[in-house]
Design a protein around this ligand. Structure first.
Ligand SMILES: *[C@@H]1O[C@H](CO)[C@@H](O)[C@H](O)[C@H]1NC(C)=O
Ligand SMILES: *[C@@H]1O[C@H](CO)[C@@H](O)[C@H](O)[C@H]1NC(C)=O
Ligand SMILES: *[C@@H]1O[C@H](CO)[C@@H](O)[C@H](O)[C@H]1NC(C)=O
Length: 132
């Protein structure tokens, strides 16, 4: 004969297994992807005209119009690595390493993209969070 205590234990264990299952099947939605901001500037050492540009993990973004082919220094926030792309006129794929020259920068970025031979050429970028 079942005791009420046995039944309540049974209910509790079923509830726990439903929770465990829900935890393993929950995928991160785009709204919860991590992101941060770059500081982009037209002159060396983060000087001249500058802006902050928001980005999200793994998403290819166009540079703001003012900074297309004009960016000379860039701050990459701690914990991120960003690839910057110089697209050729025949590029059809976003952030494509085949049709675009590219350079990878870790935090803190570059005070002078002439050091990377990448001054005044960036059209697009994409950032990835580094493992902690
Ligand atoms: C499910 O995840 C949440 C938050 O990460 C945690 O607090 C909870 O204990 C987890 N539940 C189970 C049944 O693992
Ligand atoms: C950038 O700053 C460094 C350190 O202050 C300085 O040595 C360098 O000349 C500066 N570069 C330019 C292009 O102003
Ligand atoms: C794009 O153009 C460049 C230079 O003309 C060429 O080397 C490259 O193969 C072209 N890429 C594609 C995918 O057509």
């Amino acid at each position: 004969m079942f005791s009420t205590r046995f039944i309540s234990l049974l209910v509790a264990s079923v509830a726990a297994s439903v929770l465990a299952k829900a935890n393993t099947t929950t995928a991160p939605s785009p709204e919860t992807l991590p992101g941060d901001t770059l500081t982009v500037c037209v002159d060396p050492n983060l000087s001249g005209q500058c802006d902050t540009v928001a980005f999200v993990e793994g998403v290819c973004l166009n540079m703001p119009a003012t900074y297309v082919n004009t960016m000379t220094s860039v701050r990459v926030p701690p914990g991120w690595a960003c690839t910057f792309y110089d697209l050729r006129s025949n590029a059809t794929v976003a952030c494509d390493p085949i049709t675009g020259f590219n350079t990878l920068l870790l935090a803190p970025g570059s005070p002078d993209l002439r050091l990377q031979h990448f001054d005044d050429v960036v059209d697009q970028f994409r950032c990835h969070q580094l493992c902690a």
